[in-house]
Design a binder for this molecule. Structure first.
Ligand SMILES: Cc1cc2nc3c(=O)[nH]c(=O)nc-3n(C[C@H](O)[C@H](O)[C@H](O)COP(=O)(O)O)c2cc1C
Length: 391
């Protein structure tokens, strides 16, 4: 893809179109490479036939004074043939010549960027020098690898790295999306592709049976704890439900209340039966449920009802922020989650069933796991429709 802004950049941000690729790349490109969740690895066989495969990778320190190396592992993801027979491993054994590209896609082409790395690849067998370090680096970067046995797998190490990078917008600026009343935006982005994470998160309603490690749940709740809250008091607490017996008790208790409410709405018994069955399946099908509860005890107490109500609303706003922070963290770490409002309609039932303290008000159910399939997304309004005034 070409555009007026296209250029290759070398060290220290200087344009270096025409000069050869070098290491280290400019800071944004090095950061992009370090943070990329995957890249596309190109290998070539002895006859010059290329192959490209997506791959997870990590950067590891090179020898003293040398550029880092890039490592990838032939992991447990299903493959049609034995690791040594895969095209990429055969190509590396034959030629050792590889390239890897990471890129930022965006419909807004002023946000496009890519980094291309070339190097010499070798295959490291289990127990050989560099194998354990590579596995450790990959496990540090990818939570999924912490649960896979990688000690017996082949590692690909790419050394002698050189890099080329291109980005539509020069380093140190982000393109302004709309005219700003405070002049042109000129800030260094703190995160690469924050919009990608925000747009990528979605409500998942059907999960695989894969369990969620307790540590993941703990970290998700830690993330929630960093949400903004009134007076910084964090007026919320979280109950975790991951045992079959507790899930079942919760599903049964909530179903009883829901049945009454649906009957009150005048719904036909057969419709009620289907909705109850589906609701129950959804609860039991989620490996872990987190129940965010409002904890009003820590709020300021006011003598007048208006300020009391404002304080209560602030706490609820903040509970939403805490849940969203948790959802974003889970998504960023490769987990999936949803949002169910059911406890809001029967807080006492949920509190009693889970034996929670009386000063907690259950507000939602957050099912966590791994998505069984991609959910259908809902369209979003463009910012112009959301902004009602800009004076
Ligand atoms: C307060 C709140 C309550 C919600 N309750 C439910 C619910 O009970 N069941 C459900 O399937 N989704 C529920 N959702 C998820 C929304 O349906 C979902 O966020 C919306 O359709 C946008 O889709 P997305 O999250 O995939 O972007 C809730 C979301 C919020 C913020």
């Amino acid at each position: 893809m070409t555009s007026a802004g296209e250029r290759e950049v070398g060290p220290s941000g200087s344009d270096s179109a025409g000069a050869g690729p070098r290491w280290p790349p400019v800071p944004w490109a090095e950061r992009m490479l370090g943070e990329a969740r995957f890249g596309h690895l190109a290998t070539v066989d002895a006859r010059g036939t290329p192959t490209v495969v997506p791959c997870c990778f990590a950067l590891v320190d090179g020898d003293v004074g040398e550029a880092p190396a890039l490592v990838s592992v032939m992991d447990e993801k299903p493959k049609r043939v034995d690791d040594r027979e895969t095209r990429r491993v055969r190509d590396i054994v034959a030629t050792g010549s590889v390239a890897l590209v990471v890129d930022d896609e965006d419909e807004d082409w002023s946000r496009l960027a890519w980094v291309l790395v070339r190097g010499r690849a070798t295959i490291i067998g289990p127990g050989e020098v560099g194998h354990a370090g590579a596995v450790m680096a990959l496990r540090t970067k990818y939570a999924q690898y912490r649960e896979m046995t990688l000690e017996g797998r082949l590692v690909i190490r790419v050394g002698d790295l050189s890099a080329l990078a291109w980005r539509a917008t020069p380093e140190g600026t982000v393109p302004a999306k709309s005219p700003s009343p405070i002049g042109p935006v000129d800030v260094t982005p703190r995160f690469r592709d924050a919009m990608g994470m925000i747009r990528g998160r979605r409500s998942v309603r059907v999960f695989t049976a894969d369990p969620v490690p307790q540590d993941v749940v703990r970290q998700a709740i830690e993330a929630a704890g960093w949400a903004p809250s009134p007076h910084g008091r964090q007026p919320w607490r979280f109950a975790v439900v991951d045992s079959e017996s507790a899930k079942r008790a919760l599903a049964d208790a909530m179903a009883r209340t829901w049945e009454e409410q649906l009957a009150l709405d005048g719904q036909a018994p057969e419709v009620i039966a289907v909705r109850l069955r589906k609701g129950r399946e959804r609860l039991l099908g989620a490996p872990t449920l987190v129940v965010p509860c409002l904890f009003p005890e820590v709020l300021d107490a006011y003598p007048d009802p208006d300020r009391r109500e404002a304080e209560r609303v602030m706490a609820i706003q903040s509970l939403g922020a805490a849940v969203q922070t948790m959802l974003l963290w889970l998504y960023a770490e490769g987990w999936d989650a949803g949002w169910m409002c059911a406890p809001l309609f029967c807080p006492d039932v949920v509190r009693e069933t889970l034996d929670l303290p009386v000063d907690l008000i259950p507000h939602a159910l957050i099912p966590i796991g791994r998505a069984e399939r991609e959910p259908v997304r809902r369209e979003r309004l463009p910012p112009g429709d959301l902004i009602v005034g800009w004076r």
